[in-house]
Design a protein around this ligand. Structure first.
Ligand SMILES: NC(=O)c1ccc[n+]([C@@H]2O[C@H](COP(=O)([O-])OP(=O)(O)OC[C@H]3O[C@@H](n4cnc5c(N)ncnc54)[C@H](OP(=O)(O)O)[C@@H]3O)[C@@H](O)[C@H]2O)c1
Length: 298
């Protein structure tokens, strides 16, 4: 494994982390503790120390499965979670965002994760009109003072319109940004990454496999079940366009004999502004394969 400093946090994180939206039940699988345990056992064997989760991957369900899996060696992990959503059932969210709401979510996350401290506590896709609320910032800074949160982060919305928010990071005590970045979604190269470099912000590149499409295992026309995110939220037409683009990339850019998912991960990590990637996983084999992508780094 390779480790990099996560911006101003100063924390050394593995460049490949574990994304865990999958554990919440919206990816077609109801996860059992046994599978989650094996995922983190394998991650540790591979040298991975970074975990990304959220309050709304299930109602603190992903956090709870993780908390149990790492209860014995919590201090060996850099644990990132988020606030600003509430899970109301699969594919249903509300957005409780008052200061009182945030305090409640923090306590619920600490309880689910079975820990006294969250390493990186991230705004979860907040709009410009709400993210600068003074009373929310005050409760977050208080949580830092109390030792419940080590660092603040901002997981910006996936629409590529987040440069104004990112510019305010230092003033808001935000040390790391989480942003969609992959071979199909390169918007951060148009401004966001430059601001991150200027402010020494850590960058967690999320959705590095374009929701799995960049693994190269799906062809245009592939249908996903309605009980999983890709079948529920991605339009067939849009997916076919992405998969057609993937086929061209696979032919023109991925060297013969190289696993495309590993290539896609290393592609993200080769951008100098990116600290780490957090591919979502469904099993230990995917963790092992994703970790091995470091062998392809330039
Ligand atoms: N707003 C936010 O803050 C936000 C939003 C989205 C995601 N995230 C975070 O970012 C993480 C990553 O995003 P994501 O999970 O949506 O998308 P992703 O990482 O691009 O894709 C994950 C999917 O890729 C496939 N996969 C993973 N490893 C593979 C391998 N080695 N070989 C082949 N296929 C592989 C798996 O699906 P199949 O095997 O079924 O194809 C997996 O479910 C999330 O888990 C979450 O932690 C945050």
């Amino acid at each position: 494994m390779i480790y990099r400093t996560l911006g101003k946090t100063g924390a050394e994180v593995s460049v490949v982390g574990v994304g865990t939206w999958q554990f919440g039940g919206e990816w077609g699988i109801d996860f059992r503790q046994k599978t989650v345990d094996s995922i983190f056992r394998t991650a540790k064997e591979c040298g991975i120390n970074l975990i990304d989760t959220a309050e709304c991957y299930g109602d603190h369900l992903s956090e709870s499965l993780i908390g149990t899996a790492i209860a014995e060696d919590r201090d060996d992990w850099f644990l990132a979670t988020k606030f600003g959503h509430h899970f109301n059932g699969n594919f249903e969210r509300s957005e409780p965002r008052s200061a009182v709401d945030v305090v409640k979510q923090l306590e619920d996350s600490l309880r689910a994760l079975k820990t006294d401290v969250i390493d990186l506590y991230q705004y979860h896709s907040w709009g410009d009109d709400e993210i600068f609320a003074d009373d929310v910032q005050a409760v977050l800074l208080k949580a830092k003072d109390q030792g419940k949160v080590r660092f603040l982060g901002n997981s910006v919305r996936g629409k590529g319109d987040s440069t104004d928010q990112i510019r305010q990071s230092s003033a808001q005590s935000i040390d790391a940004i989480q942003i969609v970045y992959n071979r199909l979604r390169r918007e951060p190269e148009e401004g966001a990454f430059e601001i991150c470099k200027q402010q020494n912000l850590g960058v967690l590149a999320r959705v590095p496999l374009a929701s799995g499409y960049l693994s190269g295992k799906y062809e245009p026309g592939h249908k996903f079940a309605g009980n999983e995110m890709r079948g529920k939220w991605h339009e067939d037409e849009q997916r076919d366009l992405w998969l057609a683009e993937v086929a061209v990339i696979q032919k023109e850019e991925v060297p013969d004999g190289v696993d495309m998912a590993q290539w896609a991960i290393s592609w993200c990590l080769n951008h100098p502004a990116v600290t780490c990637v957090i591919p979502g996983v469904k099993n230990a084999d995917q963790v092992r394969s994703n970790a091995a992508a470091v062998g392809l780094l330039e």
